[in-house]
Design a protein around this ligand. Structure first.
Ligand code: ZN
Ligand code: ZN
Length: 228
């Protein structure tokens, strides 16, 4: 199966221009079997009003996922929930936990980033360090936490320099970490990354086990399927 692992919608991300419905349609057209919606989280570039009470914030933040899933169910594209946690420009893709779990856990935005990474994994979720070597104005410091993440995103379609992906691969290889890839698309029709799996994935809860057991059998890089 081909899965998109890193994607933004205008329902949840201030920097995205495509609706979740458009994303689901174009992702299917691009030949994917499934996609994760990973909008920018509370301390990142979310478009959901941070003054809302937590449960309402979490409900509105999850709308990109629900809207994409509605279309996905109709056209035969699996849609799973995730989000992209931001720590001063360092981004940690978070999977394996449901919108209901998020609504019940307001402490996710109160604890320190270090505590956050531990909390998510203790709750059964998993963390992928997104584009760890990207250098942009909003990245204040490159931070590496190999013991607190489950995998490294070694290809990111939003990186402006190839060397950022090359360095991420070097990082994953030198620490013996699992590897993922994602388009980081904010506009419909542009899908360049993703993962290949030889097993079924039906919900976000399945992804951590697939990563840890070696169920990712290849990566999509610059639109090309590259088996390991
Ligand atoms: Zn963005
Ligand atoms: Zn992103």
């Amino acid at each position: 199966m081909r899965w998109e692992t890193h994607l933004h919608t205008k329902e949840g991300s201030a920097c995205a221009s495509a609706s979740a419905a458009e994303m689901a349609k174009t992702c299917k057209e691009a030949g994917y079997d499934g996609m994760f919606v990973t909008d920018h989280f509370y301390h990142g570039n979310t478009c959901v009003d941070r003054d809302l009470p937590w449960e309402e914030w979490a409900r509105q933040f999850s709308l990109g996922y629900y809207h994409a899933k509605e279309i996905g169910d109709r056209i035969g594209l699996r849609v799973c929930f995730g989000w992209e946690y931001s720590w001063d420009g360092n981004d940690f893709l978070t999977y394996g936990l449901s919108p209901q779990w998020l609504a019940a856990h307001p402490e996710t935005v109160r604890v320190t980033p270090y505590e956050y990474l531990k909390l998510i994994r203790e709750a059964g979720g998993c963390i992928v360090h997104a584009h760890p070597f990207r250098q942009e104005w909003y990245v204040k410091m490159i931070k590496l936490l190999p013991d607190l993440v489950d995998a490294v995103e070694v290809y990111n379609g939003g990186n402006h320099e190839d060397v950022y992906n090359d360095r991420a691969l070097w990082y994953a290889e030198s620490f013996g970490m699992k590897q993922t890839s994602g388009s980081d698309t904010h506009w419909s029709g542009v899908f360049t990354g993703g993962i290949l799996t030889d097993c079924e994935m039906n919900s976000t809860e399945d992804y951590g086990g697939i990563i840890r057991s070696g169920g990712i059998t290849g990566l999509i890089r610059a639109g090309k399927d590259c088996p390991f």
